[in-house]
Design a protein around this ligand. Structure first.
Ligand code: KMH
Ligand code: ZN
Length: 309
């Protein structure tokens, strides 16, 4: 694994997994998403991961004008690396999802490394009422959903990243996705070193357990030697336990309301910056690693640099 002492904190601001009825604090409008991202950057996030939502209903969308507005606003107000999603929501087509790369030419964007089940259909069991019509049907639809990222999709997406000098952060939800990433390197679609995001605890992916994280790192070492870095997402309640383990293992960490809405059991986070602050404090207690600045993170990840708008 590539060694890098500073801890890169990524904050995923709103995502497409949670629906507005799950938390009154989930950012929805472009202004809310940008404000939350700037606050997360002020709290220590060197990367902010961005999805956008319909400002009226909170429904996930890949609307380019909304993306542009949010990315521009954040970039004008702070130095954080602004990382748009190409995952969108799992119902969208790959073509819709990747358009953000040619449109905005970001320095970093996510790239999802395999097809999988992506089950959110259990969430309605915990809620009596939904604020918007679409929410329950959206969650329920994932019972019969395949989040499609075939080899053909990857072989379409990765050259688009390359063409626009956008570094892909490789979202690996299971061990097999690491092998997919290696295959893409071998077939010339990806350059080393790779930056991996282990997404753990999604229904359809690998469980968010300490042993599984060790195994993901072991397999990455076998496949990429010292030509990889990794970051970890523990979905839901596993955000901080798994994040703490990643800090100790020399990896990096993603927190944020895309992945987890709670600051601690029974207490909703009032904003993304609460989650970043908690990660900063945990790291301070556990490892004392410095928190990476956006410039340090850019240099380590080999990014082309901040866009001027
Ligand atoms: N949705 C998360 C589980 C993406 O946006 O491309 C992982 C993610 C992927 O953030
Ligand atoms: Zn995302």
């Amino acid at each position: 694994m590539r060694q890098f002492e500073p801890l890169i904190l990524n904050c995923a601001i709103t995502g497409a997994i949670h629906v507005p009825s799950m938390s009154p604090h989930l950012p929805v409008t472009p202004e809310e998403i940008a404000d939350e991202a700037v606050a997360a950057a002020d709290a220590g996030a060197s990367i902010v991961h961005i999805h956008v939502r319909d400002p009226e209903t909170g429904e996930p969308t890949m609307d380019h004008d909304l993306f542009r507005q949010v990315v521009e606003d954040i970039s004008n107000r702070c130095d954080a690396i602004v990382q748009p999603t190409t995952g969108g929501d799992p119902n969208m087509t790959v073509k819709e999802r990747v358009q953000v790369v040619p449109e905005l030419e970001p320095e970093l964007a996510t790239c999802n490394m395999g097809s999988m089940n992506f089950g959110l259909y259990h969430i309605p069991d915990h809620f009596e009422e939904f604020q918007y019509d679409w929410e329950e049907a959206y969650l329920e639809s994932t019972r019969d959903l395949v989040f499609k990222n075939t080899f053909e999709d990857l072989q379409t997406l990765l050259p688009i990243f390359d063409e626009h000098d956008t570094k892909p952060e490789l979202e690996c939800y299971d061990v097999g996705h690491l092998y997919n990433a290696r295959l893409m390197v071998d077939q010339g679609y990806l350059d080393m070193p790779v930056h991996l995001q282990f997404v753990m605890g999604i229904n359809g992916g690998v469980g968010a357990t300490p042993k599984n994280l060790v195994h993901m790192v072991d397999v990455a070492e076998e496949l990429f030697g010292d030509e990889f870095s990794f970051s970890v997402i523990g979905a839901g309640k596993d955000e901080f336990p798994l994040g703490a383990q990643a800090m100790r293992m020399g990896g990096h960490v993603r927190v944020g309301m895309e992945d987890n809405l709670y600051l601690r059991r029974g207490e909703l986070a009032k904003g993304n910056s609460d989650l970043v602050e908690k990660a900063v404090d945990l790291n301070d207690e556990l490892t004392g690693r410095p928190i990476a600045t956006p410039e340090q993170a850019r240099e380590f990840l080999g990014l082309k640099g901040k866009q001027e708008w």
